[in-house]
Design a protein around this ligand. Structure first.
Ligand code: ADP
Ligand code: ZN
Length: 731
């Protein structure tokens, strides 16, 4: 079907809406007609809803009763390529097409006509009095550089009332301007300022550029240790894509990483790219969506949902830190952005670059099998070398139960303090203590709505459920036995480790870095920058710090509990631990000073710990791949998780058991069903959860079999059924 199909006024057309109705609705084309793919507003009952012209109408009933499209919105019609992407992504993830459309229409004010609006810019004047609130306003404007704000947005970002802003406008510190909504982004200059690549980098860059220039689909796994210049290399592929006049998308796993990356883009291309993630103002999101569609945004830097922007001509998708688990969306539409990037690129003839120091086993296997091209950068740039890695055997250390930093590790930290270098102590646990226990009766405080313990967050003086987010004040009386002042924290979290560190090194500046200690992404960014500038001696961090931040003064990484990830029964436990430990260790010694990574462990002879220490990555991947192959599990087999949840525990188990019994459509493709079993977290937000797991061979038509299987059952409204294709987590 061509993109240019036109429907004359009154023609019967099918419109897909984002409403939860599983079919395309018939309407009459409006006055002036409409294009296939046009975004339209249609009447639905008493409401007006957004939709896309999906094709010819079904017809077959009284045409006089068919209602007409209200209006065609002022947006570039959805392209054929986008429509194919949505259909294939819906088929793959077994998601209703209407829900996929919702992902593709997440632009505020999508249909508003172009208009002028008031925006605020910083002028060159100082206020008469610099109050705290005023400083915050100016700070926000400086930090966001070229971005435009409406008065309400600025007030929200700076956390001030609009009165403060009006005051600054009156004094001429801020000026109001009328601008058209949705300005195009400044042009990026592919030749602005390239660095001199090392021979190895140059070869990688040449191969990526040739792939991009081919204008065809292909995926490359770009593997290289942290600091080897992967970013420099893929930015050259971006440059080639810009020279070809096509658009490029760079996906990052964490919003906190964007600001450092934007600065690099600006240095390389002379201007800032478009941004798309939850930390961007609604005004900027709207601008981004429109400009991407009009081809006036050449490079987009964003989170996974940026895959659903309406690109005019997408030529390259980079998935940075491709192994990162946050690429898998676990709520609503369950999709893996890495896999969807490959799908999207295959449809539109684009190249994909998957960059990582520690690729996912899936990508490693695809590269090994020749489905992906493999590019490897073997050494760190400049004088930097990979840190020395050693285990600290915790058994002879015999620490008391309220201490977690061994004497060996403390000694190494002390050496860094004396030299003015930074140390990072890593623990993958948020909060103060994972367990709050009553010393009188043994009761552990749990969440009322979930089958999970509540975690003490001393900084907020509250208990928090990490499943549902429920919080309550820290009690002084045991809810189990009523004893007073007998509740005690058990085990370490990042906050408690901060306390131990402060006690051990009273003169050191200690910074605790955990996502929930910061009210906003901006505050977190500021803290990360302060640390990079040397404003801390010891950093205590969770998983957050493992993700690509650059701390030049850091020369020591201490992993407090390297065994933590090995305890799970999860299929990916070994892989995850291996990735995380190597990523964390990669934070040390990025500049000219050599780094050291120390792993505290009670099982130094565990094969995963030994693989991490020996640095024999290929050996680790091969062994892990062999094990998965023998077990017939991903990436050598396929899996789907079925999660049933309901307030009524008997009801979910009944349905689960019934589903397991009537497995004909699955058996027909040689697949097996396991379960029902209570999910590892058996209750979340008051809903009881039961899981079934379906395993199939790699080539089996899993999706269609699942569809037939599920269609056999009448599912009551009180039960929610979710299908998770290629599940990553088994919670
Ligand atoms: P990675 O993405 O593999 O972690 P980066 O691309 O971030 O590595 O490179 C690490 C650091 O080394 C960055 O500060 C980068 O600017 C610098 N660097 C890498 N290659 C070069 C080069 N050829 N010339 C100058 N600086 C480089
Ligand atoms: Zn809860």
């Amino acid at each position: 079907m061509s993109d240019l199909q036109f429907f004359h006024e009154g023609a019967l057309i099918g419109v897909l809406t984002a409403q939860p109705l599983d079919r395309v609705l018939d309407y009459k084309a409006p006055e002036g007609g409409c294009m296939l793919g046009a975004f339209v507003e249609v009447p639905l009952g008493p409401r007006k809803v957004l939709g896309v012209v999906w094709g010819e109408g079904q017809g077959g009933y009284d045409l006089a009763k068919v209602r007409a499209v209200i209006r065609v919105l002022d947006a570039v019609p959805m392209r054929h390529e986008m429509r194919s992407f949505l259909i294939r992504a819906a088929d793959y993830t077994l998601t209703p097409l209407t829900a996929m459309l919702r992902l593709a229409t997440r632009s505020p004010g999508l249909g508003d006509p172009p208009s002028m609006r008031k925006v605020l810019r910083l002028a060159n004047a100082d206020p008469d009095r610099a109050t705290d609130a005023r400083r915050r306003v100016i700070g926000v404007m400086q930090e966001y550089g070229g971005l435009a704000f409406t008065p309400a947005e600025l007030a929200e970002y700076a956390g001030v009332g609009t009165g403060v802003i009006k005051g600054l406008v009156k004094q001429g510190v801020i000026v109001e301007e009328d601008t058209p909504r949705d300005l195009p982004y400044p042009r990026l200059d592919a030749g602005h300022s390239a660095v001199d690549l090392t021979p190895e980098q140059a070869e990688g860059s040449a191969r990526l550029c040739a792939a991009v220039a081919s204008g065809k689909y292909g995926t490359t796994l770009l593997k290289g240790v942290t600091g080897s210049g992967k970013t420099e290399v893929y930015l050259e592929a971006v440059a080639e894509c810009l020279r070809k006049g096509r658009q490029a998308l760079v996906l990052l796993p964490e919003i906190a990483l964007t600001s450092e990356f934007l600065t690099r883009v600006e240095a390389r291309f002379g201007a800032r790219p478009a941004e798309w993630h939850s930390g961007v103002t609604t005004t900027e999101r709207r601008r981004c969506w429109r400009m991407v569609g009009e081809g006036e945004a050449q490079l987009i830097v964003g989170a996974r949902s940026a895959l659903f922007l309406p690109y005019r001509d997408l030529g390259l998708i980079v998935v940075d830190e491709e192994h990162d688990t946050s690429y898998k969306q676990e709520e609503g539409v369950m999709y893996n952005a890495r896999d969807m990037a490959v799908l999207r690129a295959a449809i539109c003839g684009a190249q994909v670059v998957l960059a990582s120091a520690t690729p996912s086993l899936e990508s490693w296997v695809n590269a090994d099998a020749g489905k992906y091209t493999r590019l490897t950068l073997t050494s760190r740039f400049g004088a930097a070398v990979m840190p020395d890695m050693k285990a600290i055997d915790m058994r002879p250390e015999a620490l008391p139960s309220t201490r977690w930093i061994s004497d060996v590790l403390a000694g190494e930290v002390r050496k860094r303090l004396a030299k003015g270098e930074q140390s990072l102590l890593f623990i993958n646990r948020r909060g103060y203590a994972p367990i709050t226990l009553c010393r009188a009766c043994g009761h552990q405080i749990g969440c009322d709505h979930c089958d999970a313990r509540m975690v003490e967050h001393r900084f907020q003086n509250r208990l928090v459920c990490h499943q549902c987010g429920e919080t309550k004040p820290m009690p002084t009386i045991c809810p189990g036995c009523g004893a007073e002042d007998r509740l005690a924290p058990v085990g370490p979290g990042v906050e408690r480790l901060g306390e131990e560190t402060a006690a051990l090194f009273p003169d050191a500046r200690v910074a605790v870095l955990s996502s929930d200690l910061f009210g906003s992404a901006r505050a977190l960014k500021a803290q990360i920058k302060a640390i990079a500038d040397g404003e801390a001696d010891i950093i205590i961090g969770t998983q957050l710090v493992a993700k690509g931040h650059n701390f030049p003064l850091l020369t020591l990484v201490g992993v407090i509990d390297a065994d933590l990830g090995l305890q799970g029964s999860d299929l990916r436990a070994a892989e995850r631990t291996f990735q995380l430990m190597r990523q964390v260790a990669g934070r040390a010694g990025r500049m000219d000073k050599p780094g050291m990574a120390l792993l505290q462990t009670y099982q130094p002879e565990h094969p995963v710990i030994r693989a991490i220490l020996s640095g024999d990555e290929e050996g680790f991947w091969k062994a892990e791949a062999e094990e998965r192959k023998a077990a017939g599990v991903p990436p050598y087999g396929r899996m789907a998780g079925i999660i049933l949840s309901s307030p009524d525990v008997a009801q979910v188990f009944d349905l689960g058991a019934q589903m397991a019994r009537h497995d004909g459509p699955l058996r027909a493709i040689g697949a097996q069903v396991y379960g029902p079993a209570p999910a590892p977290i058996a209750r979340i937000r008051g809903r009881h959860r039961v899981r079934l797991l379906v395993k199939a061979e790699k080539a089996a038509p899993l999706q269609s079999a699942l569809q037939k299987w599920v269609a056999q059952f009448k599912i009551p409204n009180s039960i929610r059924l979710q299908i998770d294709i290629d599940p990553q987590n088994f919670f």
